[in-house]
Design a protein around this ligand. Structure first.
Ligand SMILES: [Zn+2]
Length: 237
């Protein structure tokens, strides 16, 4: 029985080790997910900037066409005005000329503003691209780094599982099933009982049960928490 208790303790140690390795392995995922999240945000921002840029470019082309057309009209009016002898006609053309000149001035200011806006969007796109590139490089480096770490952990897990399998072969099947069942609730399915107390739940074990445990003739569970109790190696012997 003492041998079985010892084996269960050893199995628990192996399982604790495996849990720890698996936790370490899983802990890599959130770090990568954060970078991936940043990348998709930057990609979405990049697309929005591109759409904004395309719309502004269309606006600019249209406005430039308007300006060119007005400049054409102004040139025509200037040409015409030199050939007019009639006063009434002269003032009509002059009025149109002045009107178009004012209009073209206004449109050119607007066009200049639009060009500045476009330049600023292009700068934002460049900044965004730079940031995106940096994040992609960071992800690639992290993935490479983590891949080798994960591979090393997987080797450890394989070795641990092999050790576990050979350990379980030595353990009584009934005990093993009980251990597995309890371990679903408590990571420490096997606990030490000393000085009449279960160290799993820190509740006193009934004296009769504790005496039976010390005799070491059967596998006993704590009546309070149901964990498998073993006597500590040092004391109580
Ligand atoms: Zn207990």
């Amino acid at each position: 029985m003492e041998k079985q208790m010892q084996l269960l303790r050893e199995l628990q140690e192996i399982d604790a080790g495996l849990d720890q390795i698996r936790d370490t392995q899983q802990s890599f995922a959130p770090g990568l997910d954060n970078i991936k999240e940043d990348i998709s945000l930057l990609e979405a921002a990049g697309q929005e900037y591109q759409q904004e840029l395309a719309a502004k470019e269309v606006e600019r082309r249209d406005l430039r066409d308007v300006v060119e057309r007005l400049k054409g009209l102004i040139a025509q009016s200037k040409e015409k005005i030199t050939q007019i002898s009639n006063n009434k006609e002269y003032f009509a053309v002059l009025k149109e000329l002045e009107h178009n000149q004012k209009l073209v001035e206004k449109q050119e200011v607007e066009l200049q503003g639009l060009i500045e806006e476009i330049d600023s969007i292009k700068e934002q796109i460049a900044d965004n691209d730079k940031e995106l590139e940096a994040k992609q490089a960071e992800l690639a480096a992290k993935e490479k780094e983590v891949a080798s770490q994960i591979a090393a952990l997987e080797r450890k897990i394989k070795a641990g599982e092999k050790g576990r399998t050979s350990k379980t072969k030595e353990i009584n099947e009934v005990f093993l099933r009980r251990y597995q069942r309890i371990r679903k609730r408590f990571k420490d399915a096997v606990v030490v009982a000393e000085n009449g107390t279960c160290r799993g739940c820190n509740v006193n074990v009934p004296p009769q049960v504790y005496n039976n445990l010390l005799k070491g003739q059967e596998l006993l569970s704590c009546p309070n928490c149901q964990r498998i109790m073993v006597t500590s190696n040092e004391s109580d012997k």
